[in-house]
Design a protein around this ligand. Sequence first.
Ligand code: TYC
Length: 105
Amino acid sequence: MTTHKTLREGNAVLEPQRTRVKPPRLYRVVLLNDDFTPMDFVVVVLQQFFAKTREEATVIMLKVHREGKGVCGIYPRDLAATKVEQVAAFARQNQHPLACVMEEN
Ligand code: TYC
């Protein structure tokens, strides 16, 4: 682990900043199939929360439908957890049982 002194904001000497040496752990956000959530709703989830195009979203949705699960995206832990919560809240608001989980990559 290394540090360096940084001069910023005129000549003010700021605290040494820790150089990031480890890459963040990454987590897959995975959608799970169920028999009740409408296909169109899953496509909207993938577009809204995972920045997929309608076409990309449809491919992922159909993979989940046919194979039971599918990866929506891969993110650092906090972002993955936020995505999982957002999907859970949106599904609950719309009374769909859609399940979304995170798995260490
Ligand atoms: N199996 C659902 C249906 O036939 C569609 C679906 C796809 C549900 C993906 C959830 O994560 C899911 N309506």
